[in-house]
Write a protein that binds this ligand. Structure first.
Ligand code: HOZ
Length: 429
């Protein structure tokens, strides 16, 4: 642990809550001092003390090409030279919208916003506008940004810090939100009624750690929505352009009414989007009565990064390579855990994964919460000392990028093997 990160963190704590601008970064889920990052290249992060890490966070999903991809950097430089923000339409926005529509099966029209939170907040408003209903259904451990009505039994930081229901959200708001266990269609059937405007779901949960949908779960949700006159919102902020170019909806063959996007479509710059059928999107202002707006929406620099990123993803074998490398990592780490007698469940969909310190299976919030968080915390710090940067919480997903070469994967397995051996001594011997 270097001195610079320590001293920067002391300064940061004086001026920002917890010393950070997003809670999980503060390392409170694992203890210790967060590393202040100075720069990143490819699969590597470099901190303020010039220590190097293999990055398994990838800015929580956006950096699927790795850091500093030259096409993206060039596109950003070019856009920045022309101007940072105009508050007026640009052709780049149209081109990015066209790329999204061509890629994501259910989207016919899209609105760009500036974050995933804005995307989900707007998607709920659209569902309510379209149905004239008030209630929303979500899943325990599901996280869709810090939207008031979705901070109910929420994952991510809320789950990490044991405050799944945020203070400051009026009861009148949360009583319109129903939360049920993930992967449990019976619970959905039992809880839905004629007042539910929409079910919002992460098609692969990523904020209680990575939890894939059970077979038929997403299709079941589609049917329940249809039977009850509710809309299906797939929150693909994490999975969009991550688990396949067409997102989870293309991978699992399910057609939502509304899709939310973010992360990868901005290539690491702030962005979000929501989209759906032309009929639904025509309800959005200025065509329709549902109001939503943003000064920096469709920001030209973010749009340029997003277009460059999608352009590279489209014309490549990246998804296949990511699958192969991620599968190799999975097999290596599972073998190491077994060798050292550490109960560990690795959940993975493509390049999105979590190592849960539990026998498993991990299929929902309750089973994710069975994980031994102390053991994870130790593992996290052993890995950090080995030069590996994991998400600093048992309940977050990790990500690989196209810049993670075979050599990185082999190093990760070797380092995980050593770290698991130490975890075994401390917790399981
Ligand atoms: N909510 C993000 C993880 N699911 C963390 C964002 C961040 O800290 O950058």
């Amino acid at each position: 642990m270097g001195k610079q990160s320590e001293s920067f963190f002391e300064r940061a704590k004086e001026v920002m809550p917890g010393g950070v601008n997003s809670p999980v970064r503060a390392f409170r889920g694992v203890g210790g001092t967060p590393r202040f990052i100075e720069q990143a290249q490819g699969s590597r992060l470099f901190d303020a003390d010039n220590l190097q890490y293999i990055d398994c966070v990838g800015s929580w999903g956006p950096m699927i090409l790795g850091h500093g991809h030259r096409y993206v950097v060039e596109a950003v430089k070019k856009a920045a030279t022309k101007g940072f923000s105009f508050g007026a339409p640009t052709i780049g926005e149209v081109e990015l919208a066209e790329m999204i529509i061509a890629a994501v099966p259910s989207i016919e029209m899209v609105r760009l916003v500036t974050s995933g939170t804005e995307a989900t907040m707007s998607a709920l408003r659209l569902a309510r506008a379209a149905t004239g209903r008030k209630k929303i259904m979500k899943f325990d451990g599901g996280y869709h940004g810090h939207v008031d009505s979705l901070l109910v039994k929420a994952g991510s930081g809320g789950a990490t810090f044991n405050v799944p229901d945020s203070a400051g959200v009026p009861e009148e708001v949360t009583k319109l939100t129903i939360s049920v266990p993930y992967n449990d269609l019976d619970a959905v059937r039992a809880a839905i009624d004629g007042e539910v405007a929409a079910i919002i779901v992460e098609p692969v949960a990523g904020n209680m750690g990575c939890v894939p949908p059970a077979e038929g779960f997403l299709q079941g949700l589609r049917k329940i929505c249809d039977d009850n006159g509710a809309l299906l919102i797939l929150d693909e902020v994490m999975t969009g352009f991550r688990v396949s170019y067409g997102g989870a909806q293309a991978l699992y063959g399910v057609r939502p009414d509304i899709t939310t996007l973010g992360k990868i479509i901005g290539g690491g710059m702030p962005i979000g989007a929501y989209g759906g059928s032309r009929k639904l999107m025509e309800l959005v202002s200025p065509l329709g009565p549902m109001y939503q707006a943003g000064t920096l929406a469709g920001n030209p620099v973010a749009v340029a990064a997003g277009k460059a990123t999608l352009g590279v993803l489209k014309n490549s074998s990246i998804y296949q390579d990511l699958e192969e490398r991620s599968a190799e990592f999975e097999a290596g780490v599972k073998a190491a855990a077994e060798k050292h007698g550490v109960p560990m469940t690795l959940n993975r969909v493509g390049s999105m994964w979590t190592m849960f310190f539990t026998e498993g299976p991990v299929t929902d919030w309750l089973s994710a919460d069975q994980s031994n968080r102390q053991a994870f915390g130790k593992f996290f710090h052993f890995m950090l000392a080995e030069g590996v940067y994991l998400p600093p919480s048992q309940l977050e997903a990790a990500f690989f990028s196209a810049a993670h070469a075979k050599k990185d994967i082999l190093q990760l397995i070797e380092r995980a093997d050593r770290a698991l051996k130490k975890v075994a001594w401390e917790f399981y011997s």
